[in-house]
Design a protein around this ligand. Structure first.
Ligand code: GLU
Length: 414
């Protein structure tokens, strides 16, 4: 039987596991399985050739008990409703693990931004924003970047929203360009968190991140920053991949030069001095730290037994299936789950929102220090709980998150 890799089914399974462990009221578990609101819009866009194309867009709001909805917007041809529902639920847990005052949401538009012009992307973004406008707001639902969206897309969202409101509302989105209220340090924040978690995991295992061999699957914004920051900590990048394939050099790859190569050629492939490998080979490579930073369900029961890394730090959302989790845990690999490892992004999004509401700008150093403190605290909270309960880090992170969300509900209901 082929395994179920539907992300929403996986998210529900993870919730059920945590709920069972803490003996959560089944009525609350039932509530948490369902997003509070799902908005589906048909977004008409005049393409450069004069024809109108209609794109499907989603905004899913999972749970508001701990604060305003928060979560990114993804542009990808494979976006579908169940994926966005899962991503929204994971945002609820992520904000709770980091103890920041948000609930979870996520958006997506089914499109291939690689085949669209800047003009087409701008028109699609502005129209999508207009169509979800009533459901978003600085105290209601605050979008941010995700796969294949970036600060420019956030600028268009902010501008569209502000134009309709009649005044500048920078706090409507996070991950904006710094020139219009974006936070210093936001662009690298998700990758920084992934690297910090890997470093903390190293120290728990009695090894140093210095000279640790790192393999990064997905060399986009998250993967690139994770690699650079891990390298600053002394680690050695030995492999990286993108949707076209990967490169491997056991004596080390310069993460900055690799990105320059990718920017010039469109892929990491062909990087001088490196051997070509597939994405599949990268995941099971002999390395110390594996960072899956691309899409969901890449570590499955088919390849989990072959993973050779000692640490897995999840830059992507949902890269590991529950079956793979079990195998990885039994192998003694320390896996830091997405809702902790990649939570640096939403944490600095929160800092950005706070700065915007106060019309302040913090220095990059201040942002990075605050992020460092939050990540280390959350990592240790989860690690200690995992030891205490004798469970893997994902279950521990889920227990912590679900408990916090349920606790908030007690204060609100009846
Ligand atoms: N899309 C990112 C995530 O999955 C960031 C969300 C945010 O900053 O609100 O965590």
């Amino acid at each position: 039987m082929s395994q179920d890799t539907n992300p929403y089914h996986i998210a529900i399974k993870q919730l059920e596991m945590a709920a069972e462990k803490i003996g959560l009221d089944p009525n609350i578990t039932e509530l948490l399985k369902h997003p509070k609101r799902v908005l589906i819009v048909s977004v008409p866009v005049k393409m450069d050739d004069g024809k109108v194309k209609v794109f499907t867009g989603y905004r899913v709001q999972h749970n508001p008990w701990r604060g305003a909805y928060k979560g990114g917007i993804r542009y990808h041809p494979k976006v579908d409703l169940d994926e966005v529902k899962a991503l929204a639920m994971w945002m609820t847990w992520k904000a709770a693990v980091m103890d920041i005052p948000y609930g979870g949401a996520k958006g997506g538009v089914v499109c291939n931004p690689k085949e669209m012009s800047q003009g087409e992307l701008e028109r699609m973004t502005r129209r999508y924003t207009t169509m979800i406008l009533d459901e978003i707001g600085p105290y209601k639902d605050v979008p941010a970047p995700d796969v294949y969206t970036n600060p420019q897309v956030m600028a268009w969202i902010m501008d569209t929203y502000s134009t309709i409101k009649g005044y500048a509302v920078p706090e409507i989105v996070t991950g904006k360009p710094v020139s219009i209220g974006g936070s210093l340090g936001r662009l690298g924040a998700t990758g920084r968190g992934v690297a910090i978690c890997a470093r903390e995991a190293c120290s728990k295992l009695g090894m140093s991140i210095k000279d640790a061999r790192v393999a990064v699957q997905g060399y986009g914004n998250v993967g690139y920053h994770a690699a650079v920051i891990a390298a600053e900590m002394g680690a050695r990048l030995i492999a990286a991949s993108d949707s076209k394939g990967g490169v491997y050099n056991p004596s080390g790859i310069d993460p900055v030069k690799l990105r320059e190569h990718k920017q010039q050629t469109g892929s990491v492939l062909g990087y001088p001095g490196a051997e070509e490998i597939t994405n599949e080979e990268l995941l099971t490579l002999d390395c110390d730290i594996l960072m899956p930073c691309a899409l969901e369900s890449v570590l499955t029961e088919k390849n989990a037994a072959e993973v050779k890394a000692k640490i897995v730090s999840e830059g992507a959302n949902g890269p590991t299936t529950p079956q793979a989790d079990k195998i990885i845990y039994e192998k003694g690999i320390l896996l830091i789950p997405d809702i902790l490892a990649n939570a640096g992004g939403v944490t600095v999004s929160y800092f950005e929102w706070v700065q915007n509401l106060h019309r302040e700008q913090w220095t990059e150093e201040e942002v990075n220090q605050k992020l460092e403190r939050k990540m280390v605290k959350a990592f240790n909270d989860v690690y200690q709980l995992a030891k205490k309960e004798n469970v893997d880090m994902r279950t521990a992170a889920m227990i912590l998150a679900v408990q916090r969300v349920a606790e908030a509900f007690k204060g609100l209901f009846p």
